[in-house]
Design a binder for this molecule. Sequence first.
Ligand code: SF4
Length: 375
Amino acid sequence: MGGGLYLHLPFCPYLCPYCDFAKWRMNAGAATRYLAALRAEMRSAPPFTATTLYLGGGTPNTYAPHEIATLVEEARAIFALRDDAEATIEMNPDRGLLAGFEQYRAAGLNRVSIGVQSFIASELRVLGRRHVPGDAGAAVRCARDAGFANVSLDLMFGVPHQTPQTWRTSLETALGLGAQHISTYGLTIEDGTPYARWQAHDPRAFADSDAQAELYAIAIDVLTSAGFEHYEISNFARPGFRCRHNANYWRNGDYLGVGVGATSYLSGERRTTTRDRAAYEAAALKGGPIPAESEHLDGARQVGEAAMLALRTAEGVDFASFAERYNIAFEVMFSSVLSDLSLAGLVRMTPTHVALTQRGRFLANDVCGAFLMTG
Ligand code: SF4
């Protein structure tokens, strides 16, 4: 069994008011215990060959560089990760966290994904981020100086008080820094977050869907005009720099997630471990089993989920590969939903593929959900 390997490092230097990931404020003692649990879980994981590695969070670079290096070396040995495999670390560009790029490279990490969000100081403050625009530029330079040739920047649109002009400035600044990959995420309001409470009493502070659509269109225009491929709904890359780890998710490939709240998908079973950190650590340190929720996806459900994922990509659903993998004629099984979506201008059909149009990409959750319901 093999595929992508994800390691979840859930500590952050501070907590952003819009975020609902499994994360906690950094605490050295808690972080040490958690790292021991994570390594214990890796050692008791099922046999798995990792084709890519992704350290996500949380904020992985809240850990000391030597801790990250040791973790990566251990993961590499346990999961037989090849030296030339894509290996990414997510980073917060806060200047207090920008040490250790050389150690990351020496440990075999070869891609950094920096959570910039905006290059406008007032927008960073609204987002509760503590870095300033110049920190992201410094992070990119540190990465380059250490030999990272693959740098990805995350940017966010729909930030309260953002304008088309400030959004364009953020995009152009990211291009000016020479990033190979840029991810653009529309702000979503998650239940139970401080932003949800803010939106409840001041909804007009937030971009409505027309404003978000305008910002999304600007991103597509600016980035594709600069030579980036818009290869997935939220992701743009220079040729040759698409994220391989995420491409495996969109192909509905197997992956192993290790850590609190991490999801795995192995042989049709999707399994998400508890978000109760104490319960996670206790179980992992004992050698398992770790409390988790799981479900087996088969038949129409599996095909529907695979379609949802494939439609996120520029190539969309390849009928021949679905026929080979799932033994179905996709275009026949979903003929009625395909013709409705095509008439609505949300998908584009060819004899061999179906893919989302730009309007379909903006409404992707609704469009893709149609395949799940029909399946
Ligand atoms: S957005 Fe990132 S840095 Fe902020 S709390 Fe969430 S995981 Fe931590």
